[in-house]
Design a protein around this ligand. Sequence first.
Ligand SMILES: O=c1ccn([C@@H]2O[C@H](COP(=O)(O)OP(=O)(O)O[C@H]3O[C@H](CO)[C@@H](O)[C@H](O)[C@H]3O)[C@@H](O)[C@H]2O)c(=O)[nH]1
Ligand SMILES: [Mn+2]
Length: 657
Amino acid sequence: FRMKPINRETFPENLIKHAKESEFPAVDVLICTADPYKEPPMRVVNTCLSVMAYDYPTQKLSFYVSDDGGSQLTLFAFMEAAKFAAHWLPFCKKNRIVKRCPEAYFASDPTWFSDTDQIQNMYESMKMRVERVVERGSVQADYISTEEELQAFSKWTNGFTPQHHPTVIQVLLESGKDKDSRGHAMPNLIYASREKSRSTPHNYKAGALNVLLRVSATMTNAPIVLTLDCDMFSNDPQTPLRALCYLLDPHMDPRLAFVQFPQYFHGLNKDDTYASELKYPFQIDSHGMDGLWGPVHMGTGGFFRRRAFFGGPFSFVAPENPELSPDHVPNKPIRSKEVLSLAYQVAGCNFDAQTKWGSKMGYRYGSLVEDFYTSYRLHCEGWRSIFCHPKRAAFLGDVPVTLNDVLYQIMRWSMGLLEVGFSKNSPLTLGLWSLNPFHALCFTHYSLWPISGIPITTYAFLPQLALLNSFSIFPKVSDPWFFMYAFLFLGAYAQDFIDFMLAGGTIQRWWNSQRMWILRGVSSFSFGLVEYLFKSLGLTKFGFNVTSKVVDNEQGKRYEQGIFEFGVESQMFLPITMAAIINLVSFVSGIIQVLSNGLRFEDVFTQLFIAGFGVLNSWPVYEAMVLRSDKGKLPTNITLTSVVLSWLLYLVSSWAF
Ligand SMILES: O=c1ccn([C@@H]2O[C@H](COP(=O)(O)OP(=O)(O)O[C@H]3O[C@H](CO)[C@@H](O)[C@H](O)[C@H]3O)[C@@H](O)[C@H]2O)c(=O)[nH]1
Ligand SMILES: [Mn+2]
C-alpha cells in the first residue's frame, strides 16, 4: 500500500472540449435493495432520484432497481417516484441544485426558489403516501390509479413470499415516450424482482446484480454500468462526468475495467464512535492500490465498462445468448413483447445454473464480499481500475448506529474475506501467479484481515491472566529486548495515527478507531473465523444478512451523543465484556501485588501497561455494565454470563500457569 500511492484529480469542465454530449456513452445504473423494513422504500427512492437527476444527457441514462425483498411496497414507492421525477429532474437542473437527493436537499435548509414550495409539497405528499402504504404493509385499491398498475400488483398472489415468487419486471419510465413537466425526455426506469425459489441458491447481491446486468442488456445494454447500494445517494451531479474523464480518455490503458469512488457516509456522529468511516479500506489503502494495478470495487460507486464482465481485456467470454453480449445493440422499445419476454427469461432463478455467470462472467459467486472478490478476479484476468476521490464526496451512505449491527456487518465481511483468502483462487496462489506481486499482497492483506483476531484476542487476555497468576511473560524494563516491544507498539500506533490524521481525521476519531480495532478483533473477527471454520466443515450456513438502515429515535439520540449502544443480548458482547472484566481485575490485582512487594514493577510493567490500556479502552463497557439505566445499556444477562465465563477462564488459566 505504501509503494506508490497516487492522488488523481479530474476536471470535468474540460471534458466537453474533447467530446460532444451527443458522443457520451449511455450509462445503466443498477441499484439493489433487499428488504423494505430494513431498507425503507423512501430511502431507496431517494437514492434513485438523486442519480436520475445527474448532469448527463437524460435519454442516455437508464435505472434498474433490483428488489430482492420482492415487495409491492417498494414497487409502489417507485411508481410514485417515477411521477415525482418528472418534476424533480427539471427543478434540479433549472436551479442548478447540487444536493439532488430530495430528502437531503430539503433537510439542508436550501436556498428558496420560486418553485421550491410547490416541489416540496409534492415531495411530502409522495412521502406520506409511500409511508402510509409501508405502514399498512399492502397497497390499498384507492392508491392504484391505472390499469397497468393494477396488473403489476396482481402478481402478488397468496403464495408470493420474498423467498419464493415469480419474476416481476415493470417498466416505469421509458425514455422515448415519457416526458418531464417541461416536455424533455425522461430516463428509463425499470423495477425488477428476480424469480426466487427455495430450492435454488440465489447468491445474494452478486446474483441480484447479475440479473440486473442481463435484464439491462436486453433493454439498453449501455457500455457503462454504475452499481449502487440502495442507501448510497448522489452528493455531486457531476460524478458521471468525472468517471468519463477516465473512461473517454484516448490515452487511457485499454485494460481499464472500472473507476471506483470511495464510500463516504452521512449521519456519522462527531467522533465516529464505531469507526464506521473505515478510512483504511475506503480511502488510504485505495490510493496505494491505485499506484499498483488499481483499487478494489467497494460494492457501490463503481463505474464499469460492461465489457469487463465478459472475460479478460484480450480474451472475450461470450454469453450463451447473443442478446446479452456487450456489443449487441438493442433496437426495440423496452416495453415491447419480445424485449420483456427475454428480460423475464434472463431473470429466472435457474438461468444462471450451468452457465459461466458467476464463475467467468458477471459478478463472481462464492464470497459474501462479492465486490472484493469480483474485482480481485477481474484484476487477475488482466483488468485495471482507477480510484477517483474528488474533494466533494460523490456518494453518501448510511452507517449502522448500534454496536451489534456494526459487529455483525464486520463479521459478515470477515467470512466473505476468508472465503476468498482460503479458496483455490486465493490471492496467495492465483493472485501471486497472475498479478503484480505487490498488488497480490494487498489482496492477501485484506483477504486474511480477520486473522488479526487471533493476536488481538491473545493480547486482550493472555498478559492479563498471567498477571493475575503472578506470572511475568515479557522482558523486564531493564532488558534490551524490552525496547523492541516498546518500539513496535509505539511505532505501530504512531504510524496509524499519522496515516489517520493525514487522511483528514481528528484525534478523538483516531482514538475511537483504535478502540474499534480491538473490539472488532475480539468479536467480529474471532467469531468470523470460528463461523468460517464451521461453515467449511459443513456444520452451519451463514448468509448475507442485510444491515438495517432504520434508526429508532432513542437509539439515534444516544448515537448522536456518542454513547455506546448495547441493548440486545448478543453473543458479540460476551468476549468484549469478558475482556473488560479481566483487564480491570488483573490491572487492580497487579497494582496490589506490586505495592505489597509480591511482584517487581519492572518485571510486570508491560503487562500492567497492557491491562491499563485495556481498561482505558473498555471504559464505555464499564459504564454500560453498571452506570447506565437507559435501554442501550448492557443487558444484565450478558454481564452475568461474562462474569461466570471470566471466572472459568481464570480457573483454567490458574491451572495452566
Ligand atoms: O441478498 C441480498 C443482500 C443484499 N443486497 C443489497 O446489497 C447492498 C448492500 O447491503 P448492506 O446490508 O448495506 O451491506 P453492507 O455491509 O453495508 O455493504 C457493504 O458490503 C457489501 C459486501 O461486501 C457490499 O456489497 C456493499 O456494496 C458494501 O457497501 C444493499 O443495497 C442490499 O439491498 C441484495 O440486493 N441482495
Ligand atoms: Mn450498506
